[in-house]
Structures are given as structure tokens and as C-alpha cells.
Unconditional design. Structure first.
Length: 349
């Protein structure tokens, strides 16, 4: 395993990718999507949605991840491109369920979409949202970026939204039985955040991690009943240039952080919980020098943006403009055998 600092040095070896199978049509769609941001596996692990920021669309891939003695095998069978008058600069996305997608438009609002029925079949679909979320009178959405979905009781769903340039995270509770109408809008987090650019929830519901672009770190907050705008972070992940996508591993004992300002993913260990400050246990190059240099329009660009771990907890997917999609065995990133812990309850007073 390669141990590297977050300050990028030339000729950093790249951890081996998983060579996925895909048709020429699928690869052409990936090449054409342009600048990407977040990406997300569906709950059943059969779809992978990619935010097409520049072209104002979502690319949804039909995917299979299969366990094999030699490691995970991936096939992308098909795709569809989704556009909408309610899709703009698509920055973040997450699934409410296997057929319902939440999209965060940094130049607009949050939109909730039902995916078109039937097979993807390489289709280009213009769709209308089930609902748009604007926020409330005292909690307006502004420049929504990344979004995290958590299912609660009685058909309710919490949408935790990074308002990128308002330096805050808001919470919007919607109910699927009411057509995803928002029943509550509140300012959830603010203390210590400077351009929150990514968000992830632990599987046990105890922690929320938020990338803070301006402070070049990740803030971790305890999901207690007292959580609010003045709550100080319980923990801070340091030594990352420009954090973007991030994910807890299935057992919640590690956090992976994509560094948009370097070719690296950083791995942080939290075996004893996530309180306190910590440095990466190790950092892994996931983009080669030449590709990184092509995307180096500024000190904040060139590295990985979107990051997700598939629902089998065996594959890491990353995306950025110059490398639209790459997969890696999770064990090659973390150095630990994959374990899965399921949790889908989040309670916030």
C-alpha cells in the first residue's frame, strides 16, 4: 500500500483500477458527460447516477457488481441520460429509493424525480420533477450542492443539503405519502463551515461528516438531539487540500475523502469513534499524473470530486471531469477486509 502526503508529488503510483465491461455506447455516453461532480449507487446496487454539472443532466448507468475470487467484477449494461427544466448545474444527488432520485442544482433548487420506467436502453429522457424543494420562510435554499438522504419513520425522508456559498447545511423533511411535500425546513449546521462541498452520514446514524472547502478539512458532528447551527464539530479530519466527496465505510470505522486539489483519496481511521482531530492513516493516488495535470485549471481542480462506496461495501467509485468514472477494490484503498453494517434510521429533534 502506498502512503503519501496530501501535498501532491510527481510520479505518484496509482492504485490498480477495476477494468469494467461496457459497450461502445456506454463508453461514449461517459466520455460525453463533461464536468462531473457527485455520484451515487442506488439502494439495490443496480444503478449508478452521475451528476453532469456542465451539461445540466444526470447520467444513470445500469450496473452489476459481482464478487469473484480475483476481486469485484463490474459490468455496465446500459445507460440513460436525464434532462429537465428543473435540472441546472447538477452538483449533488442521492437516491430516496431504487426509482426516486434527489438532485441538487447549485444554480437552482432541490428537485425530486421518479426515474422513467422500463430499461435504460440508451434513452435520452426529458422528465419533470415530482417536487421541487425551495426551503421555508426562514430557511431558504441557496446554492444547494451535495445532498444526503436518510429514511425516517412513517414515510418521512430527511434531505440534508450543503448550501455551498451560504456556508450552512439545511435539513428538509419530506413525506413520500404527501408527494414529497416538505413538512419541515431548518438550519441544521453552520459552525466551522466554509463552503460545505460534500456530506455523508454514518450507517449507524450517529455521525454526519461535511467537507469544508475553505478551511481545507472535514468537520464531523455528532447526531445528537442537541444538534444545531451553533454545535461545534466533535471531530476534524485534517491534511487534505480541497475535500469534496466523502463516505463512511460499511462498518463506520473509516472515512474516505476525495481531494479535488490532488490526485488522492485520503483514508481516516476512527476505530474509537470520530471525536478529536486526526490526520489520514494513508493516502492513495486514484488519478495518474498526466490526467491530473490536464484538469489542473486551478489549485482547487484536477483531483477526484465524486466518491461513493457500493452497497456491497466492496467497490469504490470516483469521478471528475478528466476521469469520468473509475472503480477500485475497497480493500486496496482501506487495507482492511470489507464488512457491512446496515442502518437506515436518523433521528433529529
Amino acid at each position: 500500500m502506498t502512503h503519501l502526503p496530501s501535498s501532491f508529488g510527481s510520479h505518484s503510483p496509482v492504485t490498480p483500477r477495476i477494468d469494467f465491461k461496457a459497450s461502445k455506447a456506454v463508453r461514449a455516453a461517459l466520455s460525453a458527460i463533461g464536468r462531473t461532480e457527485d455520484l451515487r449507487f442506488s439502494p439495490d446496487n443496480r444503478l449508478l447516477a452521475i451528476a453532469g454539472f456542465a451539461r445540466k443532466r444526470c447520467l444513470v448507468l445500469r450496473i452489476d457488481v459481482i464478487s469473484a475470487p480475483s476481486g469485484p467484477q463490474i459490468t455496465i449494461h446500459d445507460f440513460m441520460e436525464l434532462t429537465s427544466a428543473s435540472m441546472g448545474e447538477v452538483h449533488g444527488l442521492d437516491f430516496i429509493d431504487d426509482r426516486t432520485l434527489v438532485v441538487a442544482n447549485r444554480d437552482g433548487l432541490i428537485a425530486i424525480f421518479a426515474l422513467p420506467s422500463g430499461d435504460p436502453a440508451g434513452r435520452q429522457c426529458e422528465i419533470a420533477p415530482i417536487r421541487q424543494i425551495k426551503g421555508g420562510l426562514f430557511c431558504k435554499l441557496k446554492t444547494p450542492g451535495s445532498v444526503a438522504v436518510r429514511r425516517e419513520s412513517w414515510g418521512r425522508v430527511s434531505l440534508l443539503v450543503c448550501n455551498n456559498y451560504r456556508n450552512r447545511v439545511t435539513r428538509h423533511v419530506v413525506n413520500r405519502w404527501w408527494g414529497y411535500r416538505a413538512s419541515s425546513n431548518q438550519l441544521l449546521l453552520k459552525h466551522g463551515l466554509d463552503i460545505p462541498d460534500g456530506i455523508a452520514l454514518s450507517h449507524d446514524g450517529q455521525w454526519v461528516a461535511v467537507s469544508s472547502h475553505g478551511t481545507k478539512d472535514v468537520k464531523i458532528y455528532s447526531m445528537s438531539a442537541s444538534l444545531g447551527p451553533d454545535t461545534e464539530p466533535a471531530g476534524i479530519l485534517q491534511n487534505v487540500n480541497y475535500p469534496h466527496g466523502l463516505r463512511f465505510t460499511g462498518d463506520d470505522r473509516q472515512i474516505l475523502v476525495a481531494d479535488a486539489g490532488s490526485p488522492m483519496l485520503h483514508v481516516y481511521d476512527g476505530d474509537a469513534g470520530w471525536s478529536g482531530c486526526r490526520m489520514p492513516s494513508h493516502s492513495i493516488a486514484v488519478i495518474d499524473d498526466e490526467t491530473f495535470a490536464r484538469g489542473r485549471a486551478s489549485a482547487e481542480e484536477g483531483g477526484p470530486k465524486g466518491l461513493d462506496i457500493d452497497r456491497s461495501n466492496s467497490v469504490v467509485a470516483v469521478t471528475c471531469e478528466e476521469q469520468t468514472l473509475a472503480f477500485f477494490p475497497l480493500v486496496s484503498i482501506t487495507g482492511r477486509p470489507a464488512t457491512v453494517t446496515r442502518g437506515d434510521r436518523l433521528t433529529i429533534s
